[in-house]
Design a binder for this molecule. Structure first.
Ligand code: PLP
Length: 418
């Protein structure tokens, strides 16, 4: 696709054809395209001060820091600005290791944390595989994900008593050197996996009792997507380190953030943090973040995502009722997965990661291709779709998008196994 323009919830190609952007590109264009306030902030910063090295204070940095204190979970108040999600996570791992003096990071299998050395090593999904067995950064061990629909421990909630969280405690106690537990609070690309009630609180308690830090990777789940500023707010749990990117500027410019609690920040008053980038806290990335947050507040987009949640849920429940190929729909706010299976009882997916890596044509891509031809882009991944439109989306646009998916799901239904 040759995209030449974009506006609101729509992309426009070189032939003038319009596409509803049903997954906010890579779940990042939360404000929608061509927001004039954000565009003006980019122009203003270019005119005022295009660059200052990271050691300096700047007006944009001060303004953004003040706003972050308002929206981040209470107690998270030291900021290190990067240019993407993966380098926000790299910083988080280094901080966690320096602060605790320990090495190991516990991550979970169904997760993605970025493409650079430590972030890909901490990624549970098979995008990590090409790094193995050679060249993988050391020190990451993997725990089972909290995925009730396909529980890796074969338990069922709530009878399990949150065995997946207990297993993480078991790991911490049997590994001598654990610095942190890393989670995507709601797993994004790997299927909008929402942990069961009580999981995040239990994880917080386990980390506290064992002197281990909790890192929340909110690169995708943050910034209103779930109907809260941050997904951790859904459970009232504050992590020790929160990383984010994407929605922080609604993807207008590349910015990431690694934010820590005060006590971790204080540690680095006396301990040199040997880490940085030329473009760290780049003014051109910071003022658009100020504009983004102000626009989100003005347009009440976090509230809007929460208000639209029952509407999307109702539409997806109706969709599932019509299609034997839908195993589960799940999500929060404007962040949903439609998970396809060959058989609702066995829950076998149509395709696997092995198919994806082998380059085989995937069923979800075929369906996404049909939707594209009719004017909608949607994120298809292995055997599910991610529905995550810009937070300015209307009910009519949501309905239109779900109806289009409805039209093409027969391609999956026809391949269902009895
Ligand atoms: N963490 C999560 C949860 C993500 O979804 C992503 C990207 O999709 C990343 C980290 C990496 O962010 P980036 O692509 O900005 O490096």
């Amino acid at each position: 696709m040759h995209i030449v323009d974009a506006e609101g919830c729509y992309l426009i190609d070189a032939n003038g054809k319009r596409y509803l952007d049903f997954s906010s590109q890579l779940m990042c264009s939360n404000l929608g395209h061509k927001n004039q306030v954000v565009i003006d902030s980019i122009k203003k910063q270019a005119e005022d001060l295009a660059y200052a090295m990271p050691g300096y204070a700047t007006n944009a940095r001060a303004e953004l820091s003040k706003l972050l204190l308002e929206v981040l979970p209470k107690g998270i108040n030291k900021f290190f600005f990067t240019t993407s999600g993966t380098d926000a996570n790299e910083a988080a791992f280094k901080i966690a290791r320096m602060y605790t003096g320990k090495t190991k990071i516990i991550s979970r299998y169904r997760s993605y944390h970025g493409s650079t050395s430590s972030s890909i090593a901490a990624t549970g999904d098979p995008r990590r595989w090409p790094m193995e067995p050679r060249g993988k950064a050391q020190g990451v061990i993997f725990a089972p994900e909290a995925h009730c629909y396909k529980c890796p421990l074969k338990h069922s909630y709530p009878d399990c008593g949150l065995a997946c969280a207990d297993y993480i405690e078991h790991m911490i106690r049997n590994e001598s050197d654990v610095a942190a537990v890393l989670v995507e609070p709601i797993v994004g690309t790997n299927g909008v996996i929402v942990p069961p009630k009580g999981y995040m609180q239990k994880l917080r308690k386990i980390c506290d009792e064992n002197g281990v830090l909790l890192i929340a990777d909110e690169v995708m789940a943050g910034w209103g997507r779930t109907g809260e500023w941050f997904a951790m707010d859904l459970w009232g749990v504050t992590p020790d380190i929160l990383t984010t990117a994407k929605g922080i500027t609604s993807a207008y410019v590349p910015l990431g953030l690694c934010a820590t609690s005060e006590k971790i920040g204080d540690f680095f008053q006396d301990n040199y943090f040997a880490h940085g980038h030329t473009y760290e806290a780049h003014p051109m990335t910071l003022l658009p973040a100020v504009a983004t947050i102000n626009e989100m507040k003005r347009l009440k987009l976090v509230e809007r995502a929460k208000e639209l949640e029952p509407f999307v849920h109702e539409k997806l429940v109706a969709l599932k009722a019509k299609h034997p190929s839908i195993g589960e729909i799940r999500g929060h706010g404007l962040f949903w997965a439609v998970d396809l299976v060959k058989n609702q009882k066995t829950k076998e997916p149509f395709n696997t990661y092995a198919d994806k890596i082998s380059g085989k044509a995937l069923l979800v891509d075929q369906i996404a291709g049909k939707c594209l031809a009719e004017g909608m882009t949607i994120q298809a991944w292995v055997s599910h779709f991610v529905i995550a439109p810009p937070l300015i989306v209307t009910k009519e646009e949501i309905e239109w998008g779900i109806n289009l998916l409805d039209k093409w799901l027969h391609l999956a239904d026809e391949q269902c196994m009895p």
